[in-house]
Design a protein around this ligand. Structure first.
Ligand SMILES: O=C(O)CCC(=O)C(=O)O
Ligand SMILES: [Mn+2]
Length: 196
């Protein structure tokens, strides 16, 4: 009953700003851009279909089927640089992942709105490991009850691991950044329990 403040202080995250050495991050940025099959997905809004303000790709094991907006998505097979990153992320986070959502923010006009990663396939308290490459972008958390805000600068070669109640108690986003000209990649590794 008096646990009102338990979840307020901060999201449950592990943050490794210098996770990859500069040269390794540079090489992986170029390889991921080159090897991934980028898609321009869109979402259905009351005003009709609107393209996402970013390019995306979904890779993983064939059984890691992800359903969103009523569409059953089978992942593309792992590509080599993404698979190398998966192995390194699994070692750092002590978690096994079977899929990754890759986001490509072409410049500061690209973004991702407030959301939590709450799909049933992820389970109730998922571990989600997020690798950033390229231009630094702000990443904000907003507490669902108090509105408390936390901002992290997601730098080239960083790793952010979200755990525990982070997806239940917080929303997160990558706001537009009009001054950012450079491109950024983000890979969020996930463990999907397929519903068949
Ligand atoms: O680009 C980012 O850092 C966030 C990506 C994200 O929240 C997601 O893919 O669900
Ligand atoms: Mn997310």
């Amino acid at each position: 009953m008096f646990d009102l403040f338990d979840d307020i202080a901060k999201p449950e995250i592990d943050w490794y700003p210098g996770w990859l050495a500069r040269a390794a991050a540079d090489a992986l940025f170029a390889r991921v851009i080159d090897e991934v099959s980028w898609k321009q997905d869109s979402m259905l809004t009351p005003a009709g279909r609107v393209p996402f303000p970013r390019l995306t790709a979904w890779e993983g094991e064939p059984e890691a089927v992800y359903t969103y907006s009523g569409v059953r998505n089978v992942p593309d097979p792992w590509t080599p640089a993404v698979l190398e990153l998966k192995d390194a992320v699994e070692a750092s986070s002590a978690t096994a992942f079977n899929s990754v959502l890759v986001n490509r923010y072409r410049n500061g006009a690209d973004s991702m709105g407030w959301h939590a990663d709450k799909e049933a396939e992820l389970g109730r308290e998922p571990v989600i490991a997020s690798v950033s490459l390229g231009a630094t972008r702000a990443f904000q958390f907003r507490h669902v009850k108090t509105g408390a805000l936390h901002t992290l600068e997601l730098t080239h070669g960083s790793l952010l691991v979200m755990r525990g109640r982070t997806q239940l108690d917080w929303r997160h986003r990558v706001p537009k950044a009009p001054k950012v000209a450079g491109e950024r990649l983000n890979l969020t590794f996930r463990a999907i329990a397929s519903r068949g």
